[in-house]
Ligand binder design. Structure first.
Ligand code: ARG
Length: 464
């Protein structure tokens, strides 16, 4: 048990208590951030005349050495220490002696851990945005290639109107684009440095908090030292943003699973991204998509967990807040794996264009356009709706489609029909005439693709 405290105690800590209290098993992940924060802190202490230049240099060298030795596996972070902060400080003192004991001047583990977690989440926001960038590129590529790949669009999982694969993929592009923007919002809101808040009431040392903040790329220092150590809003916002990413991936997975089914065959997932059955030799299963869908619950769980952990905590720091780490780390690992795996699956997936198009010609996806045809000939929409409803019923009885009926058959139901109806309700016309902003018609889609290409070329992470 290597602890940073003990002076006022008359007994050693009970082993079970020690183990229950310790966070080293998981907060060792924060080593890099802890060292970055400590270096900024001592550089500032020296600038303020609180540490000598030699002391600062010795501490920086010691800290850099610890980081390197851990990276090179020459030094192991073991459960002998209560947390990563104790590990670093104890090792520093071992290495450089008394100067190491000055590192924690004007600091508490409360503002230290608040900073470490912020640095960690901040850098993960960048990593996740990079993964989304790749996924968005994959989607845009599929969109560009499939402007005229016709397919049915669904509502209630019933064929509704024809659309294109580009349009359908474009819907997901918008979702993941919002995810990128949401992460950017959170990044900007959270980017203020809590270090220098001490236990919660600041400190009597003349710290230059703005300087420390600038050393680590923050916009500035946080403005209330009590809030600084008690705030995990940004963790919750972040978990909420990645829950939305998972929700989007899960809906997409569900569609991939349906499209990959024996009944649909709209897509075929690559063999390298599929799995087999131990019993049924014919099976090729979409396990990756199913797992992505399944893992969504885990990330939502992290969000609920943190919302619940924080709801009853009085100001300022309380140990409950240590619970932020495991769930957040797990959620981050999960969302990153899911984006990467999904992106890989999507980029090698085969789209069966003929099957999609054939499906779009069945199921009366042109019924709306048939009604609109009558409207253009002067029939009020409600009446046109009724006429086409009758037509559909007639076709269902005859097991045929509207465009396969003869002009005489059509005229029997409404004399307004003319020979030009066939062109008006053809699959191509149905799609290509839909040219409102955001609609599937080729020209409309090309405009959107241009906007989206522009979005990807100017992504906020690339401008940092
Ligand atoms: N392991 C603690 C956490 O993750 C570090 C802060 C400890 N602070 C304290 N006053 N005990 O929150």
């Amino acid at each position: 048990m290597a602890q940073l405290w003990g002076g006022r105690f008359t007994k050693p800590t009970d082993q079970l208590v020690y183990d229950f209290n310790a966070s080293i098993k998981f907060d060792k992940r924060l080593l890099k951030q802890d060292i970055e924060g400590s270096i900024a802190h001592v550089v500032m202490l020296e600038k303020q005349g609180i540490l000598s230049c030699e002391e600062k240099d010795a501490i920086v060298k010691g800290l850099t050495g610890i980081r390197k030795d851990v990276e090179d596996r020459k030094l192991e972070i073991t459960s002998e220490y209560e947390d990563v902060h104790s590990f670093v400080e104890a090792n520093l003192i071992d290495r450089i002696g008394d100067a190491g004991k000055k590192m924690h001047t004007g600091r508490s583990r409360n503002d230290q851990v608040a900073l470490d977690m912020k640095l960690y989440v901040r850098s993960e926001i960048i990593c996740i945005t990079e993964e989304l960038q790749s996924l968005l590129n994959t989607l845009l590529h599929i969109m560009e290639e499939n402007l005229t790949t016709y397919m049915p669009g669904f509502t209630h999982l019933q064929k509704a109107q024809p659309t294109t694969l580009a349009h359908h993929m474009g819907a997901y592009f918008e979702m993941f684009k919002r995810d990128v923007q949401r992460l950017h919002d959170i990044y900007q809101r959270m980017n203020y440095c809590p270090l220098g808040s001490g236990a919660f009431a600041g400190t009597t040392y003349s710290l230059d908090r703005s300087y420390t903040a600038s050393l680590m790329g923050f916009e500035g220092p946080t403005l209330n030292s009590m809030d600084s150590v008690a705030d995990r809003d940004y963790v919750i916002e972040f978990l909420s943003a990645i829950s939305l990413i998972m929700m989007h991936l899960s809906r997409f997975s569900e569609e991939v699973i349906i499209w990959n089914s024996n009944e649909y065959r709209f897509v075929e997932i690559d063999d390298a991204d599929s799995t087999g059955s131990s019993l049924m030799p014919q099976k090729k299963n979409p396990d990756i998509a199913e797992l992505v869908r399944g893992k969504t619950g885990r990330v939502y769980g992290a969000l609920m967990s943190m919302l619940t952990t924080m709801k009853g905590i009085p100001l300022a720091y309380n140990k409950d807040m240590q619970e932020d780490k495991e769930v957040t780390f797990d959620a981050i690992d999960t969302v990153k794996d899911c984006i990467t795996l999904f992106d890989g699956m999507l980029s090698t997936m085969k789209f069966n264009r003929e099957t999609m198009e054939a499906s779009a010609t069945k199921g009366f996806t042109n019924a709306t356009d048939a009604a609109d045809y009558l409207v253009n000939k002067g029939v009020p929409f409600r009446d046109a709706h009724g006429i086409i409803g009758q037509l559909v019923l007639y076709c269902l009885e005859k097991n045929t489609s509207i465009d396969a009926l003869s002009l005489d058959e059509l005229k029997e139901i409404s004399p307004v029909f003319e020979a030009d109806v066939y062109d008006a309700i053809s699959l191509k016309t149905c799609v290509e005439k839909r040219l409102t902003v955001g609609a599937p018609g080729q020209k409309a889609m090309e405009d959107v693709i241009k906007c989206n290409r522009d979005f990807l070329d100017n992504l906020w992470i690339d401008k940092k």
